[in-house]
Design a protein around this ligand. Structure first.
Ligand SMILES: [Zn+2]
Length: 204
């Protein structure tokens, strides 16, 4: 255990901060129940990566004002993370490194995964990334979908909860003698079901 990451970071690792944006935090239009408590562990994880010179990427929901996922357009959500708006900005208390890679998603069609319709996979491969630590908001939607895509793309992928608890783990690096994936716990099953329902409800 190291700095809220499930294992000690090493060369080939990357930290992916998922949607740590104002609208998903208290006072935001889609605030989750965990609130700002997630920020100190995230900052510790960032510091652990920086101390080793390892890369950090941050995804962000970056919607047009009439995005298809908004209720006015028949989607499931209230307006949130409209590009350039205050709610779309990263949390002010997040110690985002100046050289962090910024990945804007769902700029047109909807996307829960940081890989969907973005350059994230190419950028990670250019940097020789093999293993992802995925953290951020929210576990039941964008974190989950980002993890699922990462696994499909054969990255070893670990998720750290705000309390540094690994809720999903599925190492699958090509040819690597990685340990077997842990079976998802009850929480993970619930997250999967919730995310699937949300995905099928959002058709652009
Ligand atoms: Zn969104």
């Amino acid at each position: 255990m190291s700095a809220n990451l499930p294992v000690t970071p090493r060369h080939g690792d990357v930290l992916i901060l998922v949607d740590v944006q104002g609208d998903f935090l208290p006072s935001g239009s889609l605030a989750g129940p965990q609130g700002d408590a997630v920020l100190p562990p995230l900052n510790r994880a960032i510091a652990a990566m920086q101390a080793r010179g390892l890369p950090v990427f941050a995804t962000r929901d970056w919607h047009p004002a009439d995005h298809c996922s908004f209720q006015a357009q028949g989607g499931p959500w209230p307006p949130h993370c409209v590009a350039v708006s205050r709610g779309a900005a990263f949390a002010t208390a997040l110690n985002l490194p100046p050289d962090a890679g910024i990945i804007s998603k769902a700029t047109r069609a909807d996307a829960y995964s940081g890989f969907q319709g973005t350059e994230l996979d190419r950028l990670l491969r250019e940097r020789g990334v093999k293993r992802l630590f995925v953290v951020g908001l929210a576990t039941d939607y964008c974190v989950l979908n980002t993890v699922q895509d990462a696994l499909k793309l054969h990255y070893q992928t670990l998720v750290a909860s705000k309390a540094a608890r690994t809720v999903l783990a599925a190492p699958a690096a090509r040819g690597a003698s990685a340990p077997k994936a842990r079976p998802p716990g009850r929480d993970a099953s619930r997250y999967t079901a919730t995310a699937r329902a949300a995905c099928s409800a959002t058709t652009c």
